[in-house]
Write a protein of this length. Structure first.
Length: 146
């Protein structure tokens, strides 16, 4: 991996390194760290290892130029959690289940609290309530009539 800090002179900008301690970059520009592929395939990623320095735990980056994907990979067969403001918002389990913590909106619909479907099953009131709840999530457009 080649690390380029754009605030350094060109002759000093490219550094191939394995960082074993805290490294600070203050280039004086908005782009603080640039990873440049070191191989001809163009693959480039940042790797994370256990404290022993040999157990590969995870990576972030473009791990496959054939699919042009950006990967976030946890190789420890463990859950992945995503936080904002120190609050867990998303959990992806090792088994592949996705848990969203909080409210959800779909198809550009703002998130809402979980709706309750009401009405008797023997009448159309339950269907109307269900359609209203699904429409509130943005999952359907309720064009039914009374």
């Amino acid at each position: 991996m080649s690390v380029k800090s754009p605030g350094l002179p060109t002759g000093l900008a490219n550094v191939a390194n394995t960082f074993t301690a805290l490294q600070k970059f203050n280039p004086g520009t908005a782009e603080c760290l640039r990873l440049i592929a070191a191989d001809s395939a163009g693959d480039c990623f940042m790797s994370f290892y256990s404290s022993d320095g040999t157990t590969f735990r995870a990576y972030i980056g473009n791990g496959s130029t054939t699919t042009n994907t950006f990967d976030i990979s946890n190789l420890a067969n463990a859950d992945m959690d995503f936080y904002t403001n120190s609050i867990k918002r998303l959990n992806l389990t090792a088994a592949g289940a996705l848990n969203i913590i909080g409210t959800v909106g779909f198809n550009n619909t703002p998130a809402i609290a979980k709706p309750t479907v009401t009405g008797a099953k023997g009448s159309n009131a339950a269907l109307a309530s269900l359609l209203t709840a699904l429409a509130a999530y943005g999952l359907v457009i309720d064009s039914t009539t009374a």
